[in-house]
Ligand binder design. Structure first.
Ligand SMILES: [Fe+2]
Ligand SMILES: [Fe+2]
Length: 216
């Protein structure tokens, strides 16, 4: 992106192209290359009910990572300051790791990803782009708040996941650590703190998404 100037339409087309890559799984090249934390962990013994529960929770987390892709792509395409764009790059790459790890785990559990992923992507991309248009500091504030909410959400999943599902737990624990770091990076890059009313609306949207994605 550094060699030429892109207008808004160019950026939307690039975002659409990257979105398609996210939805069809063509994202391995842009991942950070870290090892899947579940690889070093033995397979636990799970009942059918536990397996279904884990697959549902991991589907929710995969849908969240699809949204994270959209959010970072929207923010990255609109960001005015190239230094801010660069500082978000590592976080964005780690989100691709998360997407890959969740997808692999869902397949191992015999589950499927959310059929509403295109909707989650489109919604988050629109929000990310809109936040970007408000200016870098607000857009970073939106990312920081999202990441902080995700940390809390993942803490809840660690309590709900079957104790024997060591692989999913290893993935979620690493994601939780990464998301906390992403929030710090966004705050250090100059994020503005969002008003409480906006935070509450974000919590409601996230609740709607996580509840729906568990079933669909
Ligand atoms: Fe993530
Ligand atoms: Fe994150």
């Amino acid at each position: 992106m550094s060699g030429r100037q892109y207008n808004l339409l160019d950026k939307m087309i690039i975002g659409f192209d990257q979105g398609l890559g996210t939805l069809v799984g063509q994202f391995a090249v842009r991942a950070s290359g870290r090892q899947n934390p579940a690889e070093a962990v033995p397979n636990g013994v799970l009942s059918d009910a536990e397996r279904r529960l884990s697959a549902g929770l991991m589907r929710v987390n995969h849908a969240g990572e699809v949204s994270a892709q959209a959010l970072y792509q929207g923010q990255g395409l609109i960001a005015r300051d190239p230094r801010i764009r660069q500082s978000m790059q590592q976080s964005a790459e780690q989100e691709i790791d998360h997407l890959n790890w969740c997808q692999t785990r869902i397949e191992e559990l015999g589950g499927h990803t959310s059929i509403l992923n295109p909707l989650w992507f489109a919604g988050s991309f629109t929000i990310g782009t809109f936040a970007g248009l408000l200016g870098d500091k607000w857009s970073l504030g939106f990312i920081a708040e999202t990441e902080q909410q995700v940390v809390k959400h993942l803490r809840g999943h660690l309590q709900r996941l079957p104790t024997g599902d060591l692989k999913s737990r290893a993935i979620i624990a690493q994601m939780q650590e990464d998301e906390g770091h992403h929030a710090t990076v966004a705050l250090e890059a100059g994020a503005r703190l969002l008003p409480e009313s906006v935070k509450r609306v974000m919590q409601l949207c996230s609740k709607l998404m996580t509840t729906t994605a568990y079933w669909l």
